[in-house]
Design a protein around this ligand. Structure first.
Ligand SMILES: CCCCCCCCCC(=O)SCCNC(=O)CCNC(=O)[C@H](O)C(C)(C)COP(=O)(O)OP(=O)(O)OC[C@H]1O[C@@H](n2cnc3c(N)ncnc32)[C@H](O)[C@@H]1OP(=O)(O)O
Length: 227
């Protein structure tokens, strides 16, 4: 039997929990006032598209190009904006963020990490902080870790079979410098549940097992109609 990858598991859970427009067959009830999102499948080159933009972001923070090169970069970027602008769609209609097999689920906002495990007992992701996540002296910017943890906790809730929740608080302990451009692993899980409140925990480690940061968050299940 072939082993199910984390991305397969995430995709299957999402498919299982799809809700029809009239709510019939809804086994993912009480998701507050969130609209029902239909996953938008990325085309075959979408991952390359997002990765190319991430590379561009790396270069934007790591180059010191002459003015004429900057002028050409502006021209070419403006041409790209013109190319893409006609295809702007409302929230929930872009492949960005919906494609669990892609780093960061294909969202340029999210950390480009890949899901390795997706189950009731927790979610594991693997990846790197990029050059554009640099804070100082080789360390990831402190603000990028909560982004990693917050998104992870959203998936932890989903993988645990709980309805959509929002983050009430998110606490980060920065234990060691988190290096950029170094493969790292993050694990998150639901620690305990009290009614609407799910207390989640996560740990970010390097490949030697050193704890770089840990996090605790309160994820609060939305009430009917809550955004
Ligand atoms: C496929 C699509 C997937 C989409 C996933 C979306 C995941 C998004 C994850 C996020 O990042 S959300 C963005 C960051 N978070 C927010 O913007 C949340 C803003 N806050 C709110 O919207 C409301 O505060 C919230 C809906 C979370 C709760 O408001 P309520 O009025 O429903 O709850 P209430 O204030 O009564 O609190 C409920 C319980 O939680 C407790 N609580 C709330 N905030 C707390 C806090 N900060 N610290 C400790 N306890 C807190 C509160 O005391 C209470 O405890 P008890 O039930 O025991 O009395």
């Amino acid at each position: 039997m072939s082993e199910q990858t984390g991305a397969d598991a995430a995709r299957n859970v999402s498919a299982d929990r799809e809700i029809s427009a009239d709510g019939a067959g809804d086994d993912y009830e009480h998701h507050g006032g969130f609209p029902v999102y239909e996953p938008v499948k990325a085309g075959p080159n979408y991952g390359t598209f997002v990765e190319t933009f991430r590379r561009l972001q790396d270069l934007m923070v790591s180059t010191h190009a002459p003015d004429d090169v900057i002028d050409r970069a502006i021209e070419q970027t403006e041409a790209l904006v013109e190319l893409l602008a006609p295809y702007e769609v409302p929230e929930g209609r872009s492949p960005a963020g919906f494609n669990v097999e892609l780093p960061g689920r294909g969202s340029a906002l999210l950390l480009p990490w890949k899901i390795e495990k997706f189950g009731e007992d927790g979610v594991r992701e693997r990846g790197m902080f990029r050059r554009y996540h640099l804070g100082g002296n080789g360390a990831a910017h402190g603000g990028t870790l909560p982004l990693l943890f917050d998104d992870l906790f959203g998936m932890v809730i989903h993988a645990n079979g709980r309805p959509i929740a929002r983050t009430g608080y998110l606490h980060v302990n920065y234990r060691k410098i988190t290096p950029i451009e170094t493969e790292l692993v993050v694990d998150g899980w639901v620690d305990r549940v009290e009614g609407r409140k799910a207390y989640c925990k996560a740990e970010l480690r390097d490949l030697d097992g050193n704890l770089l940061a840990d996090s605790e968050a309160l994820m609060i299940q939305l009430l009917p109609g809550q955004q």
